[in-house]
Every structure is written in C-alpha cells, then in structure tokens.
Design a protein around this ligand. Structure first.
Ligand code: LLP
Length: 425
C-alpha cells in the first residue's frame, strides 16, 4: 500500500510535495524547524460542521472534548463555530474561558473533580456536571449549598458495553473506573431530585475512544433511553441525553462509520424522548487535521533491520509507545526514482519503546522530512518534556496563511520553576 493512499482532508500531494491546504509542508519545516505540529483549519472546521449537519433537525449540542487538543487557538476556532466543550479539569475550563468559549455550553466529566474545580465551575455557570459517583454528587451538593447555588447535574451511566477498542481507552465496562450502574444512577437521581441545591437535567455515558462500529453506541444509548423513561415516570425531568464521544478516525484502512450514520442510529432510539442530544467528540474533529513533521537525523543499519532515527520522539507523540498505535508516516517530498527501504522510525529517547512506526517502506535519507499523519488528537496534548526535550511548536494553516499557535519551548523554560536548596549553593 502506498503510504499516500489515505491522505486526509486538508492534506494533498502535488508534484511530489506534501501540502497542508495551500501551504507547502517543507516550507513550514524550514521556517519553523522540526519537530513541528501542523493543523489544517479547514479540516477542523469541516469535521465540526459534519457533526452539526449529522443532527439534522434534532435539538443538539456538540461539546468538543478538549483533551484531544487543547490549544486555545483551536478552542477559539471551535467556539466561533458554536461548539460547546467537554472538559475534565479546572485547567481545561480555564483554557475554554481564555479562548472565549461559552461556560453555559460546558459539560464537566471525570472521575475525580476537586472541591476547587467544582467551586470554579459553579462560579462561571457551566451547563452541567457529568457526575461519576455518589461521593462526587454529595460534594457538588455541599459546595453548591455553601454558595447558595444550584448545580445542574447528569449521572454518567456505565452501561457495561464492550466498545471493542484498545483496553486502555475502553471505558464502558463494569470493571472500568467510570460512571455508575443504572440501578445506582436511579437512586442518585432520586436523591438529587429531593436536594434543593441539585437539579438533575441530563443523563450521560462515554464507552470508549476510537470506536469503529455503531453497534456499541446503539447498545449504550438503549440503556440511557430505558433510564430516562424510568426517571420521567418518577417525575424527574431529563432534558438532555449526552452520548459521550468516541467515534474513531481512519488511521490506516479501517472502515469508520460517518457521524451521520452514527447519529441516524442514535436518533432512531432517542427521538421519541424529545430530549436535546449532546455528544462529546474529540478525535473525530481534530485527529486527521494534524500532522507531526520530523527530520531524519541518522540512518542506521542494525543487525536485523534498518532504523531511521528522527528528531521527534515518544515525548512528542506517545500513542505508538503507549497503545502500539499505528499512524501513517509519509515522505514530505517524494523524488522520482528515490530508493525505498523498510525502516523502523524511532526517536532519540533512551527507551526501546520510543518508536513512531515500525517496518515502514519509505525513502528516509538523513536530512529528509517525514510527516506522521493523524496527529491532531492526543498527540501534542499528551506530549511531555521527557529527556529534557522542549515541546514542539504548533502551527495552524489556513490556505496559504500560517500562524504559530504555540511557540517551541525554550530550554531554560524547562527548569525555570526548579530550585536548588541554599545548602547546596
Ligand atoms: N468524553 C469523555 C468523557 C472522554 O473520556 C473522552 C475521551 C471523550 C469524550 C472524547 O473521546 P474521542 O471522541 O476523542 O474518542 N489518549 C487516547 C484517547 C483517550 C480518550 C479519553 N477519553 C488515544 O490517544 O487514543
């Protein structure tokens, strides 16, 4: 398979050169250096609008999952398109606010919210807490009561559905730490209904990430539907149903259902309830809109294979090391007749797990540029400074315009918050 077969929206090859929108990718590497994250603004916009259109005439709110890529320029772009936000920390909340996002469109997920995070979310008036345990519900009630406030809440249901994805990103099985079962949820809703500082407004779930089938979504949505019917029977008015995120993207040749296929199947189950539908997509909005550019530092013939050692590493892109994830790697410039070889593409970090791709057929001479595709989601947002490597710059491309949306970190900034005890001076 030519590695170019699946170039996603926003990327194309012309006369051998890789382009992001109307911008030649090799120019970006030259201007800003490598490793470098680049994102297509058009691809992000298209992906978001595809979700909106998928809902047709159904009342809905798309809440972008900030953890996928939390750069404030990307949050701003999505806010300007009307997006809501799914957050999992006080830090993500402040990013959304800094980017000009609307607090009234924020849902707050996560199994461990701190009192300070809950207080701040109440203070700015978020749309809803997605509550994951009884302790959390009581804590929210206590803080809301101290503030003389009412917290809008939804209980996250763990429907015990197999999302058929990598075990580390599967969240809807009963052995996972997320959500509560339907029986417990019912009790918590009854409690909340009688509590003067809590207002139950929705139900939610999220069964995992990089899902490639509609069936597990439908199964979990059926559980939500049954619960909503029961709740309404007991006089608890549920206004919205949040089905979580998780729709996968094509990294290689997987067949992925479209947002409209997914939403049609969901609407078939939920339309009779006449509730507002909410969804929390992350990866499917930004994943294929981004690429990580890297330069080959060293070509090395091992005893059994060839290595191309590149200047990006597991600290820049953890997914291959953490989940054995496969992401397409392409040459930035293809020259006629250049010889291909089979390489493991590895980084300079001192760990054998530091690879970006294995057994890739590429032309990867020293000094050549490569692009790791599908790097818009869970890539920069999971980057670290391991091996004292500054995190890469991020560039937003729009047509032939380019904007630095995050500067490359400087070395001295990496230890600026560290201190040597006086006794050692
Ligand atoms: N809502 C909740 C409550 C979540 O936990 C997540 C993702 C999402 C929405 C968004 O899911 P998405 O639409 O992006 O699949 N680091 C992993 C993915 C972790 C996903 C965690 N939760 C990876 O690189 O594959």
């Amino acid at each position: 398979m030519s590695s170019d077969l699946n170039l996603p929206n926003g990327f194309a090859r012309q006369a051998g050169s890789l382009f992001c929108e109307d911008t030649q990718v090799s120019d970006l590497a030259e201007q800003f250096g490598t490793p470098l994250y680049i994102y297509s603004q058009t691809a992000i916009t298209d992906a978001f609008l595809t979700w909106k259109q998928a809902f047709g005439d159904a009342r809905h709110l798309v809440c972008y999952a900030v953890k996928a890529n939390s750069n404030i320029a990307i949050l701003r772009l999505l806010a300007s398109l009307g997006s809501g936000f799914d957050i999992v920390s006080g830090g993500e909340l402040e990013r959304v606010l800094t980017a000009g996002g609307d607090a009234a469109k924020v849902v707050f997920s996560g199994v461990g919210k701190s009192p300070a995070e809950i207080r701040r979310a109440l203070e700015v008036g978020i749309r809803c807490f997605n509550v994951e345990s009884s302790s959390e519900l009581y804590l929210i009630e206590k803080i809301a009561s101290e503030r003389g406030d009412t917290a809008r809440i939804s209980i996250r249901i763990n429907p015990d559905v197999d999302a058929k994805t990598h075990p580390y990103i599967s969240t809807g099985l009963k052995e996972n730490k997320f959500g509560v079962n339907a029986q417990q949820a019912l009790e918590l809703y009854r409690y909340a209904q009688g509590a003067s500082h809590l207002q139950p407004v929705g139900v939610d779930c999220h069964i995992g990430s990089q899902l490639t089938e509609v069936a597990p979504f439908v199964e979990s949505v059926q559980h939500l539907r049954d619960l909503v019917l029961q709740l309404r029977k007991s006089g608890i008015n549920i206004e919205h149903i949040d089905i979580g995120g998780g729709l996968g993207i094509q990294y290689s040749d997987e067949a992925i259902p479209s947002p409209s296929e997914l939403i049609s199947a969901v609407r078939a189950e939920l339309d009779p309830l006449d509730a507002e539908l909410m969804i929390e997509p992350g990866r499917s909005i930004v994943g294929n809109a981004g690429a990580l550019l890297t330069k080959v530092l060293v070509e090395k013939a091992g005893d059994t294979k060839y290595f191309a050692v590149v200047d990006a590493a597991m600290n820049d892109l953890l997914r291959p090391a953490l989940y054995s994830a496969w992401q397409n790697i392409v040459e930035v410039s293809v020259t006629q007749g250049s010889e291909k070889n089979t390489y493991d593409i590895v980084g300079p970090v001192c760990e054998t797990g530091d690879f970006l791709g294995k057994e890739r057929s590429l032309s990867a001479r020293e000094g050549d540029l490569l692009a790791v595709m599908g790097a818009g989601a869970y890539s920069f947002s999971m980057a670290s400074n391991y091996n004292t490597r500054p995190r890469a710059a991020e560039i937003l491309v729009h047509g032939s315009h380019t904007h630095i949306i995050r500067q490359r970190e400087t070395l001295s900034s990496l230890w600026q918050d560290e201190q040597i005890p006086e006794a050692l001076l």
